[in-house]
Design a protein around this ligand. Sequence first.
Ligand SMILES: Cc1cc2nc3c(=O)[nH]c(=O)nc-3n(C[C@H](O)[C@H](O)[C@H](O)COP(=O)(O)O)c2cc1C
Length: 369
Amino acid sequence: MSPHDLDALFEPLALGSLRLPNRLVMAPLTRNRVGEDGVPTSMVADYYAQRATAGLIIAEATQICPEGQGYGLTPGIHTPEQIAGWRKVTDAVHQRGGRIFLQLWHVGRVSNTLIQPRGKAPVAPSAIRAEARTWIAGEFLPTSQPVALDIDAIPAIVEAHAQGARNALAAGFDGVELHGANGYLIDQFLRDGSNQRTDAYGGSITNRVRFMCEVVDAVTRAVGSGKVGIRLSPVTPSNGAFDSDPVPLFYHAVESLNPFNLAYLHVIEGETRGDRNYNGAVDYAKLRRSFRGAYMANNGYTRELAAERISAGYADLVSFGRSFLANPDLAERFRQGLDLNLPENATFYGGDRRGYTDYPFAAGAAAPA
Ligand SMILES: Cc1cc2nc3c(=O)[nH]c(=O)nc-3n(C[C@H](O)[C@H](O)[C@H](O)COP(=O)(O)O)c2cc1C
């Protein structure tokens, strides 16, 4: 890596109406630390404010409606109390000079009756149980058998995404990211392992991409295309996600996003949190070239790889999950070439400030207020 490559990480970038001061994005990270009512607390505000020197923060996956929840103690964006809770977070980040999007989430079948309204079965494109576990009340439990969504019920879920986006803006977010990755509802519609519908939403690739496009259409109409990004994970097996032929599916999916002029496409390359080269059939450089907006790369990136890829024009932005989790001042550490704190897996999900707001800043880097 040449010093010139490193400079590329700190070149500003216009994203919609925002000006990002650097190319380092905090990836969305579920931390299961809000109240039972899905309301972010002042502890959540502190955590994000500590990370405000990121070029952009993408706040953790947040359910757009009660049925969209699959894990315990995750935040929502569908009640006035949740909007007010998030307002404290966005204010704290903005006061520190940062920028923050919210990741909008419907888990679909990756849920459990224990956490669904009135103990009902989770909804999904088809009645196929996910080979996955979700974190509920301190332990990982298998997912429940879902019911296939009635076609008449789909417009309300599309609209819930649009309302979630409006609510996010009302809470002070600078934009939203649609969670189309990791085997959740949008991804369940995309892939034939979870979508075996015989109506307009299943079967051909065009039909399987329909739900995603309807959501993108509704959300961009609600808040404006410059405030919307989407996250995809073409080959990840996370949460039981599977497709028999992901290459043509995801090239088509990305091309069908172009008419919406999204702010960015966020791609988890390979297996989420695992092998970056998992199922090497997808050519991410080609995927990136077929998308008209900014490309945000993710998964197992280091400072060196990010600098190389950005200066080579392969990506516009790189997001970091575990490195931002453990290093609130990641941007400054990268700039100075300092050592990184290591993330502590045991405190990823649930708990208190330990492993959340107590990761130390490097000596000499901007200290928390
Ligand atoms: C604790 C934890 C929680 C995560 N929660 C989310 C999430 O809410 N939404 C999402 O899209 N990805 C989530 N991910 C995946 C990360 O955003 C990211 O894709 C992954 O950690 C790989 O990037 P990294 O190698 O930089 O950590 C999570 C990862 C971790 C470690």
